[in-house]
Design a protein around this ligand. Structure first.
Ligand code: SF4
Ligand code: SF4
Length: 141
């Protein structure tokens, strides 16, 4: 197996793990976000970092410079009335890695077994990302 094949395999597993995690997160963002008065989806958060770009390259996806860095403080370009228009795996990793207090509390108050499974999948996702990029992401949950 070539390094590119190995990277593709890990990135595919990451994509599957994002897809497994997403419904549980969406369930809780749909509860807490509509009442939020300080929405976190700012323009500067909708930018890819170097590890995101590495992930997309491993999948054979070229992200343009335009999408990499927008900088500003306005609303993220990917936000809509119904929330983010991007599938979770296509979002910058920080968007999945960020849990405000309200969101975290809502997740933790769900069924204990579901929450534990979520934490395990989330840790798995972080381990895969570290494996892919050689990075040093901390365990967030
Ligand atoms: S995740 Fe938290 S900070 Fe972001 S929009 Fe939802 S409630 Fe607001
Ligand atoms: S979740 Fe979507 S809309 Fe929110 S900052 Fe990330 S990319 Fe932008």
């Amino acid at each position: 197996m070539t390094p590119a094949d190995k990277a593709f395999e890990i990135a595919e597993e990451m994509r599957e793990t994002f897809n497994l995690l997403s419904p549980f997160i969406e369930k809780h963002t749909s509860i807490v976000c509509p009442d939020c008065d300080k929405v976190c989806c700012a323009e500067r958060h909708g930018c890819y970092d170097g590890d995101d770009i590495f992930f997309f390259k491993a999948l054979g996806i070229d992200v343009s410079q335009e999408v990499i860095n927008t900088g500003g403080n306005g609303p993220c370009r990917f936000i809509s009335e119904k929330g983010c228009v991007l599938e979770r795996w296509k979002r910058p990793f920080r968007c999945t890695h960020f849990f405000c207090d309200a969101l975290l509390k809502s997740l933790e108050n769900d069924n204990a077994k579901l929450y534990r499974a979520f934490v395990e999948y989330f840790r798995h996702l972080i381990r895969l990302r570290q494996k892919l990029t050689g990075g040093t992401d901390i365990n967030h949950v």
